[in-house]
Design a protein around this ligand. Structure first.
Ligand code: ADP
Ligand code: MG
Length: 330
């Protein structure tokens, strides 16, 4: 199988993969990875849906101008409207929020590919608190378990609609750097978790904590699902860590700097999360001004320079792993 082919659609059995991109730390390259990986996957012929779950809305602004977002999306086509209200999704269909950014789709090499987006909203930050308040709204034990499942499982339930599995091969969810309820809905909805991190102490400090929190959430959700009379309509979840992707890696004379190399090896040996072979180098020239053109750098740099080739390898590794993932519990 040659490079570039691994992510092609004919290698994917017909099942939608849902991947959460997360790290507790901001500024580690989550959004840059999500936008570029989504674009490269679409360019290889996959039908991709990106979901922006970060109130900072940077993923959305990687594809839409701020004016466009204000005029066309802000009032009634963002994920904020969906999470708002008595129970997410009861008043609004998630499918109605999907938009197709024009510039990136015009730039795709493979006409079968597609890149769609559900946009975020700065106001999503308040929704997290409102949702958390809903959790405590019932008095009976069965009622509170039911509500836990309905709230944490809302995105999972919405994505289970055949509209999504028919329309998409891959979903990438760009999570906020926290473990609030909105982020938890993404973990519950996901089959795999991808963790971008810089090769420094602060960016990887939270890795084991993140693993522990995810495991706790999975256990609580599954306990409620298995509880007699409590989990009707829900099945157990089993999201797994696809791995850490090191980003903004310092390269000098074609080599990772010694300090970062040592650091990466240390994480590889000691962390409970696997570390991917491929990484993304620090390149402000490519990744520095995300969003201005509406087309992620890895698509509009047609010259196939070193950085584009490196990213292609990362896409091979990630999409290859997704293609062979069995999704036992999905
Ligand atoms: N590989 C890279 N090389 C250089 N700059 C990068 C790289 N990846 C991301 N950046 C820049 O770093 C900043 C943070 O990246 P971003 O993807 O927004 O992080 P996060 O979503 O984790 O907060 C942005 O200004 C982005 O343009
Ligand atoms: Mg971000």
């Amino acid at each position: 199988m040659f490079a570039g082919d691994v992510g092609a659609r004919n290698h994917w059995e017909k099942r939608m993969r849902v991947v959460a991109v997360m790290n507790y730390k901001g500024g580690v390259g989550k959004t840059t990875l999500t936008a570029n990986l989504g674009a490269v996957a679409a360019s290889r012929g996959l039908r991709v849906l990106l979901i922006d779950l970060d109130p900072q809305t940077n993923l959305t602004f990687s594809f839409f101008s701020i004016d466009d977002w204000h005029d066309r999306l802000k009032d009634d086509r963002t994920i904020r409207q969906w999470y708002q209200g008595e129970m997410p999704g009861r008043e609004l269909s998630l499918a109605d929020l999907v938009v197709t950014p024009e510039r990136v789709n015009r730039a795709l090499e493979n006409p079968v590919g597609q890149l769609d987006l559900i946009s975020s909203h700065l106001g999503l930050i308040d929704i997290d608190l409102e949702l958390a308040a809903l959790l405590g709204g019932t008095t009976t034990l069965d009622g509170s378990k039911r509500r836990f499942l309905d709230l944490h499982g809302c995105l999972r339930q919405a994505l289970a609609d055949s509209h999504f599995s028919n329309a998409y091969d891959l979903m990438l969810i760009d999570c906020a750097p926290n473990f609030g309820l909105v982020t938890k809905t993404a973990i519950v909805a996901s089959e795999l978790i991808l963790v971008p991190a810089k090769a420094d102490y602060l960016s990887t400090l939270g890795l084991d904590y993140l693993v522990g929190n995810c495991a706790g959430l999975v256990k609580e959700f599954n306990d409620y699902v298995n509880h007699k009379g409590g989990g009707g309509g829900y099945t157990p979840i089993d999201p797994s860590f696809l791995g850490v992707v090191f980003t903004m890696v310092q390269i000098y004379s074609q080599q990772v700097t010694l300090a970062q190399h040592r650091y990466i090896e240390e994480v590889r040996e000691s962390s409970r999360v696997p570390v991917l072979k491929s990484m993304i180098r620090n390149s402000p020239k490519h990744f520095g001004n995300a969003g201005e053109s509406g087309v992620p750098a890895m698509l509009h740099n047609t010259g196939k320079d070193e950085v584009v080739k490196e990213f292609d390898q990362l896409a091979d590794e990630v999409l290859g792993a997704l293609a062979s993932s069995t999704g036992a519990h999905q």
